[in-house]
Design a protein around this ligand. Structure first.
Ligand code: DI6
Ligand code: FE
Length: 406
């Protein structure tokens, strides 16, 4: 069998491929073939029979290597920004008040519709580059600021374009049920009908990897969310949900009933919601950036999620209203300081558990059979990834076994 292999040697590996102690391998090495990892282990154990096929060797200088980071919840494609809404909130207006007054998501919908394709692509590209410089190799991108068939398709196409223009993997999520567009004012059930009618068309264009909804007082009801999920299920599309962010709508239990990949936010998650997620194997995606930026004080039930064995992921939730941050490393720090995750839980939250939140089995850990997506860090120990903030210790990023230059 002819094969050419690349050896990446002289590294300390946080593989995260077992359930404790970071999956640590001292003086490790990785063998890649094509885009995949063929072998991962201690350099001393390198399989001798593979040695003749190694055509290229990289010395990583004894540095720390982790899996590539995965940002499993972003709203990266949109027009405009909402800094003046931030000022209003600082003067005492709440996120919900602004939304009910027609601002909030709706103001971004207007700015998105007014933007050209080139403007949407250029702004989203800059944002993706910020995430990528810190080691992000897979980004989930939601629609939800177009809110018509054409505009949602346009935003999802821009997301797909980013994945082909940049050395990063993009997963798209259709979030038509994000807010009620002005042309459907007072007709939210009709709008949900429309979202359900658009879904097969967007799916047929190859634009949808998963389906999401905003189940909330200022979003859509559980009954409406169920209709969105039923349509997704009929198309064989996995679902996820913005659940229990501002109030308890029992959204998590509903999502769990549909075998959701993830429930996200979860500040107001109930005990029964936790049990439902544990039963269905649904990932809890925690979003400390939104909690921080909305100056929320109602913590997600992290200790109870941990006790129930619900896997926890961490994401940026990058969006112009509730989380304009573009640093996944800062989210690791906030997940620890604000939500009391351990540094190891936080790092698992942007690797192995983030992969699971996207239904991706081929990434998130360093082991044979996974994609060769990994980061080299200028720190001695992986707990430092959650410790520093405002510093970027990422020195090299490899995506599909190709070193990327940004
Ligand atoms: N929850 C959020 O935090 C974002 N969307 C959602 O459903 C916020 C979106 C925005 O304010 O633009
Ligand atoms: Fe979100």
């Amino acid at each position: 069998m002819s094969q050419t292999l690349t050896l990446w040697r002289n590294a300390n590996l946080a593989t995260l491929s077992d359930s404790s102690s970071w999956g640590w391998i001292d003086q490790g090495a990785l063998l890649t073939q094509g885009e995949m990892l063929l072998w991962v282990g201690a350099e001393a154990d390198l399989p001798i029979e593979q040695a003749p096929y190694i055509t290229q060797t990289h010395d990583l200088g004894g540095a720390l290597v982790t899996p590539g980071l995965i940002d499993c919840h972003t709203h990266l494609v949109y027009g405009g920004q909402r800094a003046s809404e931030f000022e209003l909130r600082l003067q005492g207006a709440s996120y919900e008040e602004i939304a009910r007054a027609g601002g909030g998501i709706r103001s971004t919908v207007a700015a998105t519709r007014a933007a050209t394709d080139a403007q949407l692509l250029a702004s989203a590209r800059q944002r993706a580059l910020c995430l990528m410089r810190e080691g992000v190799t897979t980004i989930e991108i939601k629609s939800g600021y177009g809110l018509s068939l054409e505009q949602e398709a346009r935003c999802l196409r821009v997301a797909r374009q980013l994945g082909s223009l940049l050395p990063v993997n993009v997963q798209t999520t259709f979030l038509g049920a994000h807010a009620l567009p002005p042309e459907f004012e007072g007709r939210s059930d009709d709008y949900v009908d429309a979202v359900c009618a658009w879904m097969p068309q967007l799916h047929a264009q190859g634009l949808v990897d998963a389906v999401d909804a905003f189940c909330e007082n200022i979003g859509f009801t559980p009954v409406q969310t169920r209709r969105v999920f039923e349509t997704a299920r009929a198309l064989g599309l996995p679902v996820k949900l913005h659940a229990e962010q501002l109030s308890d709508q029992s959204g998590a239990a509903l999502a769990a009933e549909f075998g959701a990949l993830s429930c996200d936010h979860l500040e107001y998650l109930s005990t029964s919601g936790i049990a439902a997620m544990a039963d269905s194997g649904t990932v809890a995606v925690l979003l400390p950036g939104a909690y921080y930026f909305l100056r929320d004080t109602h913590l997600p039930p992290v200790a109870a999620l941990r006790a129930a064995g619900v896997p926890m992921a961490i994401a940026s939730d990058h969006n112009p209203g509730s989380s304009p941050g573009l640093s996944l490393l800062l989210m690791l720090n906030m997940a620890c300081t604000l939500f009391r995750l351990t540094p190891e839980e936080a790092v698992r939250g942007v690797t192995v558990h983030a992969a699971r939140a996207l239904g991706l089995k081929d990434r998130g850990q360093l082991m044979a059979g996974q994609r060769a997506d990994f980061c080299v860090w200028d720190v001695a120990h992986p707990n430092e990834l959650a410790y520093w903030f405002g510093r970027n210790p990422c020195t090299r990023v490899v995506v599909g076994a190709q070193e990327r230059e940004l």
